[in-house]
Design a protein around this ligand. Structure first.
Ligand SMILES: [Zn+2]
Length: 100
């Protein structure tokens, strides 16, 4: 995305790539114009999002991971304490909603 020099500086400090959440960098185009894009090779970098947005989304995903871990631990505990034979890897996947 082409921006003027000041806007480029502000974008690099406060925003990240909307596609990969990678850091932004700039390239000189002409006197007051810079091309701003992310540092991830091959990323289309179609837009920017605020660092604050990315931090919030990452925290939400970490929280979801902890919830999933607890749910899985509870499920395994319930299954193994019922006196049934140990479920197979295939059984665990089926119980978690994955079909063959
Ligand atoms: Zn990117």
């Amino acid at each position: 995305m082409k921006l003027d020099r000041d806007q480029a500086g502000t974008a690099i400090e406060s925003q990240l790539c909307s596609n990969c959440w990678g850091e932004l960098t700039e390239q000189f185009v002409e006197a007051n114009v810079r091309e701003v894009h992310c540092i991830t090779e091959g990323c289309p970098c179609t837009g920017f999002v605020s660092r604050r947005y990315v931090e919030r989304r990452m925290q939400e995903q970490i929280n979801e991971m902890y919830e999933a871990r607890h749910a899985l631990a509870d499920l395994i505990k319930e299954i193994t304490s019922a006196g049934k034979p140990d479920p197979s890897h295939k059984d665990y996947l089926k119980m978690l909603g994955f079909s063959e």
